[in-house]
Structures are given as structure tokens and as C-alpha cells.
Write a protein that binds this ligand. Structure first.
Ligand code: NPW
Ligand code: ADP
Ligand code: K
Length: 493
């Protein structure tokens, strides 16, 4: 799915109106119906509702939603923020359509804010995608009052006061909803951790905007949903054999951190690779042989840390990093590997930290190498950034400069390609914030690379399947009990 800017969404709106064709009022009705469809599934009609409206089209949606909900026997109250004499046309028309018996008040001061029982569900339609400056005055006052309520709050399209595609100021008044129900496409703002308070759980409802036009609109931002991910999976041919699926080499583990190697190795095997060789220090030999009988082991001359790698000729992909430490022998190994490797490569964990502290190695990274930093590792690699929008730009610059693929890990891991495309992941949960889950991801992506998935596809699909396995694991165990081994055991393709 594409992620568009608010300007692009405006033009999409106009294109749909002109070419479907549909009147803007009918499109607003369709959007409002889509919202109401979601709302009725979430809240029964014994819950009273208060709709807070601005005077733009977001407020117009609010008026239409109020009418539709009252037709469904919800007890609806409407509060219009009378902050401007200029209302949008569709707002005015929907005001006319509202039956006079509806409980409707225009307020011009936050002191007129209604007293609401805690059962009331607040619907926020003060400001939508047309936000052009921070809310102030009356709107800010209402936003603060709503945020101070214990009530459930649902924002329509986007929380009022939140920009869709750029950073807000630290003290901007913004609604803090429990849910955001957004139209047609996810919005960039929802995917950045700094906005979590202003997003709540978010849901996309289809309002039939032109698919053809969406296809034409250029954007660097994408959202990997189930459909996009499943399209990438390569089915197995009937006559395929283990040679068809490549031979992965994983360089992982050190004394005290052999678990990282085992987790990534097991994840690699569970992701379809034909053969796996794990290269480890002497201390890891028994551990790997016993825990992963499907893997072959190549043993280093060094007892505790890896210092060499086997002849690369047999391998179709190489993964390095989980649990390797940053000993001088391992730094030397990485440098030599970068000089020699001719097959796709993924670099994780301490191997990334080695790159950060030996920056001349960055210039040796083969094109399309995959780097999988968590935010701290990324900071060491690319430097500080003011906020997450800036960090994204920094990552795009870095990926372009070094022609590498960056998986910036976290909730909604962002896969950033050398051409500047950013693919946000849709799977995963906070249960995965536990040691070793990153090692699992490295194993999965190494496996896909060995199977000859293109690096960009291996990164996008690997990140998606990793999160999906985490979601399945959380269903079984709950998020709190989840450990990295559960993610491995729940991989399913
Ligand atoms: N395609 C879709 O997705 C569809 C979208 N639809 C709905 O339309 C919504 C977008 O509507 P919209 O463009 O009228 O924007 P909205 O935010 O309601 O108001 C903008 C007005 O507010 C003003 N204004 C801005 N900032 C302000 C501030 N801080 N304080 C005070 N005023 C401020 C701004 O003034 P200006 O910037 O011109 O000075 C302008 O007059 C969208 O979110 C969705 O709910 C559906 O109905 C149909 C399909
Ligand atoms: N809140 C979260 N929601 C979704 N995924 C998460 C969350 N927290 C962590 N993860 C995922 O878990 C993994 C953690 O990786 P990392 O920090 O490298 O862990 P480790 O080094 O212990 O293996 C990443 O893939 C990340 O995307
Ligand atoms: K809103």
C-alpha cells in the first residue's frame, strides 16, 4: 500500500470527484458511512456519543457521522467549534441535513465545553488533513479539554492537530485518541513512534478513492501489508531439491553469546534455506551441533571469537553479526570478508558496531548489502537526528550514499532502499522487544538471500514474516511471556 502526503490526498480526492464521477458531498457521505461501519462494530448503540466538529470537511464528516449514528439509534450530541465564520461548503450542506431534533451546540469559548458522562464516546472531527498550522485559541482549548477527559476518543481520519507527513512542534495541541479511523490509506505520521500518543490504535477504511490514480502517484513511502508481502513469496516447484534453495553461511556467536548464533541459525533453517553452515568459535561447536542438528558447523581456530571464515565458494549468501563481539580479530575478519564476498550479504548487531567504529569499512560495503540496526545501532552508524522524520531522512541519505538496504528496526520496522524507497512493516508487537528477536530476523533474511530473493525483497519479506511469527507467538503465549525462540517456532510460510 502506498503512503501519500496530504497534498497528494487532496489531489486524489479531486481526481475521484471528477473522474468517478461523484460529488464531493456524496464522497463525504461515503467516507462517513465507512467510519460508521467501523464505529458500530466497536461501540454498541447504548453508548452515548458526542461529536466535536470543526468547520472544514473533517467537521463536515462529523456532522454526517452524527446524522448516520442517530439514525442507528445512538444518542448523539454535536458540539461545533465556532472558531471561524468560514465553513466549507460540504460542512454547510451537512449542517442543513442534520435534523433539528439533534442535540447541537455551537461554542465560541472552551468554557462552554459540555459536561459529559464517562460513558460518552467522543468523536474528534475538529481538524483533518487540511491542518495548515498548529491549533490555537478555541480549538486548542477544546483539544486540551478532550484530552483531559477519561472518555474513549475516536479521531476521524487523523487526530486533530497532528500533521500527516511532517513533524509537529513539541507543544502543539493535538488530540490523544484511543483510535484513529483513517480514510483509504495509512498516513506517515501513524508509523513513527513519536506520534503514538496522537494515533492510538489506527484502522484504515476504504472509501473508494481512485485506485488507478493512487497507482500513478509517486511516493517513496510504502506500507507492507499482507497482500504486498504474500506477493513476494516464491512457491516451491514440484521437482525442486535442496540445491534449489541455496547454501547460507552464518558467521555468528562468541563465548557467552552462542545463543544469538543458535537463534539466527534456527530461524534461517525455518525460512526455507536448502543448506546452512554456521561458522563459530571453538566454544560453540557442541552447542550448535546439539541445538541445530540440521546445520553444518565450520569451526574457527579461535576459542572464543570468530577470526576467519571458510572458503566462500559454496555459499549463496552470507550473514554476519549475531553475538560476534567486537574483538580485533573479528574486526579484521569483517574487513577481509568485505574484500572477498561476492554473494549477497547481511550485517547485524556487533558487526554493525564494528562498521560504526571503523568507518573506512563503510566504503567497502558491496551494493545492496542489508544492514539491520536497531535505533541505537543506527545512531552509532549514521549519527544523531532531532526527531524521527529527520532520522528517516538520514537513513534515506545513508542508504543512497552507500547503496545499501537499511532495516531500521522497531515497531513498524522501516526497510530503506538505496533508491530512497521506505517500506514500513505492518506486523510485529511489543512482545518482540526481548533479547534475541533481532538475531532471528538476521537468520530469516540470510535464508531468503541464499534462496536468491532479491535483496530488497528479502529485506521487506523477511521483516514482514518475522513480525508475523511474533504475532502468532503472542497469540499463543501472550506478549509478556514471548521469547525469541517462540518467534522461530512460529515461523510459517
Ligand atoms: N480524500 C479523503 O480522504 C476525503 C476526506 N474527507 C475529509 O476531509 C478532510 C479534509 O478536509 P479539509 O481539507 O477541509 O480539512 P480540515 O482539516 O477539515 O479543515 C481545513 C480548514 O481548516 C483550516 N485550518 C487548518 N489548520 C487550522 C488551524 N490550526 N486552526 C484553524 N483553522 C485551521 C484551513 O484553513 P486554511 O489553511 O485555509 O487557512 C481550512 O479552512 C479529511 O481529513 C477528511 O476528514 C472526506 O470528507 C471525503 C474524502
Ligand atoms: N514494540 C515493537 N513492536 C514490533 N516489533 C518490535 C518491537 N520492539 C522490538 N521489535 C522487533 O524485535 C526485534 C529486536 O531486535 P534487536 O533490538 O536487534 O534485538 P536483539 O539484539 O536482542 O536480537 C526487531 O526486529 C524489532 O523490529
Ligand atoms: K480529526
Amino acid at each position: 500500500m502506498k503512503i501519500l502526503t496530504s497534498a497528494q490526498i487532496r489531489s486524489l480526492d479531486q481526481f475521484t470527484i471528477q473522474n468517478e464521477p461523484i460529488s464531493s458531498l456524496d464522497l463525504m457521505e461515503r467516507a462517513s458511512n465507512a467510519f460508521v461501519g467501523w464505529f458500530c462494530n466497536q461501540f454498541v448503540n447504548t453508548r452515548p456519543v458526542c461529536v466535536f466538529c470543526g468547520k472544514g470537511n473533517n467537521g463536515g464528516d462529523g456532522l454526517a457521522i452524527a446524522r448516520l449514528l442517530s439514525q442507528l439509534s445512538y444518542d448523539v450530541q454535536v458540539v461545533v467549534a465556532d472558531y471561524t465564520p468560514n465553513a466549507s461548503d460540504d460542512f454547510t450542506q451537512n449542517l442543513d441535513r442534520l435534523k433539528t431534533h439533534l442535540n447541537l451546540a455551537f461554542i465560541s469559548s472552551a468554557d462552554q465545553f459540555p459536561t459529559l458522562s464517562s460513558q460518552v464516546v467522543c468523536i474528534d472531527t475538529l481538524l483533518g488533513s487540511g491542518l495548515s498550522r498548529p491549533a490555537e485559541g478555541l480549538l486548542a482549548g477544546i483539544i486540551h479539554k478532550i484530552n483531559a477527559l477519561p472518555n474513549k476518543v475516536v479521531s476521524v481520519d487523523i487526530a486533530s492537530g497532528l500533521y500527516m507527513d511532517k513533524a509537529n512542534g513539541e507543544n502543539d495541541p493535538i488530540i490523544e485518541p484511543d483510535h484513529t479511523v483513517t480514510f483509504q490509506l495509512p498516513k506517515l505520521a501513524f508509523l513513527l513512534p513519536q506520534n503514538v500518543r496522537f494515533t492510538g490504535e489506527w484502522h484504515v477504511v476504504d472509501i473508494g478513492l481512485s485506485g488507478k490514480y493512487i497507482q500513478e502517484l509517486p511516493t517513496p513511502y510504502w506500507f507492507t501489508d499482507k497482500k504486498a508481502a504474500e506477493k513476494l513469496i516464491q512457491p516451491r516447484g514440484k521437482f525442486s531439491h535442496k540445491g534449489t534453495f541455496g547454501h547460507a553461511l552464518l558467521l555468528a556467536g562468541s563465548f557467552g553469546k552462542m545463543g544469538a548464533a543458535v537463534l539466527s541459525g534456527r530461524a534461517c533453517l525455518r525460512s526455507g534455506v536448502g543448506l546452512l553452515t554456521m561458522h563459530a568459535p571453538v566454544c560453540g561447536y557442541d552447542i550448535i551441533q546439539i541445538s541445530s542438528p540440521e546445520a553444518m558447523v565450520s569451526i574457527d581456530k579461535n576459542d572464543r571469537h570468530i577470526s576467519q571464515f571458510p572458503d566462500l565458494e559454496p555459499y549463496s549468501a552470507v550473514g554476519i553479526g549475531p553475538g560476534v563481539g567486537q574483538e580485533p580479530v573479528t574486526i579484521a575478519l569483517l574487513e577481509e570478508l568485505l574484500d572477498q564476498v561476492k554473494v549477497p550479504l547481511i550485517i547485524d548487531a556487533d558487526a554493525l558496531n564494528i562498521l560504526s567504529s571503523n568507518r573506512s569499512l563503510l566504503d567497502k560495503l558491496p551494493p545492496n548489502t542489508i544492514l539491520t540496526p536497531h535505533p541505537k545501532e543506527f545512531q552509532r552508524l549514521a549519527g544523531e537526528s532531532g526527531d524521527e522524520y529527520e532520522r528517516l531522512e538520514l537513513a534515506r541519505d545513508f542508504a543512497g550514499k552507500y547503496q545499501v538496504i537499511i532495516c531500521l528496526k522497531g515497531a513498524n520496522t522501516a526497510v530503506i532502499l538505496p533508491n530512497g524507497e521506505v517500506h514500513f512493516n505492518s506486523t510485529g508487537n511489543p512482545g518482540m522487544a526481548t533479547g534475541g528477536t533481532g538475531d532471528v530476523l538476521t537468520g530469516i533474511i540470510t535464508s531468503l538471500l541464499a534462496q536468491k530473493y532479491k535483496p530488497a525483497e528479502a529485506a521487506i519479506l523477511g521483516v514482514y514474516q518475522h513480525g508475523l511469527a511474533g504475532d502468532r507467538a503472542a497469540e499463543q503465549k501472550g506478549q509478556i511471556a514471548l521469547i525469541a525462540s517462540d518467534v522461530v517456532e512460529n515461523l510459517g510460510w
